[in-house]
Design a protein around this ligand. Structure first.
Ligand code: G3H
Ligand code: 13P
Ligand code: NA
Ligand code: ZN
Length: 328
């Protein structure tokens, strides 16, 4: 059944687990997520970005997710708009049946200093007003996340958030988070705590201090009833990077957020963990490998099935690691 983000994350908070929110663009990704959730009895958050809408078309995206809800009636599913860049985007998503929207006021806000904070508060509060009147949840964002907003993270120099987001002033400020939540009424808040979007997050193997855990604790203490969201949470599996390289792909050395650190985040109030890149890497590796081994194959179902299985394994591993397996 389609449920709101608030419903699902309230249950996660009561029971001390977190939920991966997987980005979806096509049938195979949705199959992978639902098969994994079905096998380990997990609730599901699927989210569509502006890029997903552009790729699939709004109607296809919406109906594909609706098909998942119909095919797996026993699994709670959140249909979430990822990184809504304006109230109009969010309102359109609400009209077309999404049960949750992200008003990413930081996108515009960062460019509009010094009035950026007020701008973010105002547009987010507007969206909350409308969304809550029809039972839809809202995620806001506060702080400077890498890549999407600022060109950091998946940057040309491949340096990810290193040496940039480690600066305290770019992390979400707990007092400002409290003020933001009080003024907007968001259900969930995306915070900047050391992650960035894309495959190129860190150039060195992480040694256990990627996430600003003390900052997460401080924010959670100030806004215990607002669910914390971590964007840029792919772990960038080294196994898949190796498969991609082995079968002709080119990927520079790069590292993601270790699953153990995400688990530490979950212990301290993180409830929604956004993952896109890991599924992309697994699907690409699986397709490259399959086609290299089956040079006369030309039925797309054959290699897409490999991609689906690879994505499914990633999803299942995250459901199990984040504690949501068995919670559907
Ligand atoms: O937040 C970013 C997600 O990874 C979506 O990426 O804009 O390429 O669809 P996209
Ligand atoms: P990754 O690029 O780390 O998978 O993050 C995805 C994300 O945050 C989508 O909003
Ligand atoms: Na989101
Ligand atoms: Zn994101």
């Amino acid at each position: 059944a389609l449920v709101s983000l608030r419903q699902l994350l309230d249950h996660a908070a009561e029971n001390g687990y977190g939920l991966p929110a997987f980005n979806v663009n096509n049938l195979e990704q949705i199959h992978a997520i639902m098969q994994a959730a079905d096998e380990c009895d997990s609730p599901v958050i699927m989210q569509g970005s502006a890029g997903a809408r552009k790729y699939a078309g709004e109607a296809f995206l919406r109906h594909l997710i609706a098909a998942a809800v119909e095919a797996y009636p026993h699994i709670p599913v959140v249909m979430h708009q990822d990184h809504g860049a304006s109230p109009a985007v969010c309102i359109n998503a609400i009209r077309s049946g999404f049960s949750s929207v992200m008003m990413d006021g930081s996108l515009e806000a960062d460019a509009k200093t010094p009035s950026s904070y007020e701008y973010n508060v105002n547009i987010t509060a507007q969206v909350v007003d409308i969304a809550h009147s029809v039972g839809v949840s809202v995620e806001g964002e506060l702080g400077c996340l890498g890549s999407l907003e600022s060109g950091m993270g998946e940057a040309e120099d491949g340096h990810g958030a290193e040496g940039v987001l480690s600066h305290d002033q770019l992390l979400t400020d707990p007092e400002q988070a409290a003020d933001f939540v009080k003024k907007t009424g968001v259900d969930a808040l995306a915070i900047a705590i050391g992650t960035s979007h894309g495959a190129y997050k860190f150039t060195r193997k992480p040694t256990g201090d990627i996430l600003a855990i003390e900052r997460i604790k401080a924010i959670h203490q100030r806004i215990p009833n607002t669910h914390l969201v971590m964007h840029g949470s792919s772990s960038v599996p080294q196994e898949w990077l190796e498969v991609i390289r082995e079968y002709g792909g080119e990927m520079k050395e790069t590292y993601g957020v270790p699953v153990e650190e995400i688990q530490e985040g979950i212990k301290n109030g993180v409830r929604k963990i956004n993952i896109d890149t890991d599924i992309r890497l697994a699907m690409t590796g699986a397709i490259r490998r399959h086609l290299a081994h089956n040079k006369s194959e030309f039925d797309p179902r054959k290699f897409l099935k490999e991609a689906t299985t690879a994505a499914k394994d990633i999803c299942k591993a995250r459901f199990e690691a984040f504690g949501c397996a068995g919670q559907a």
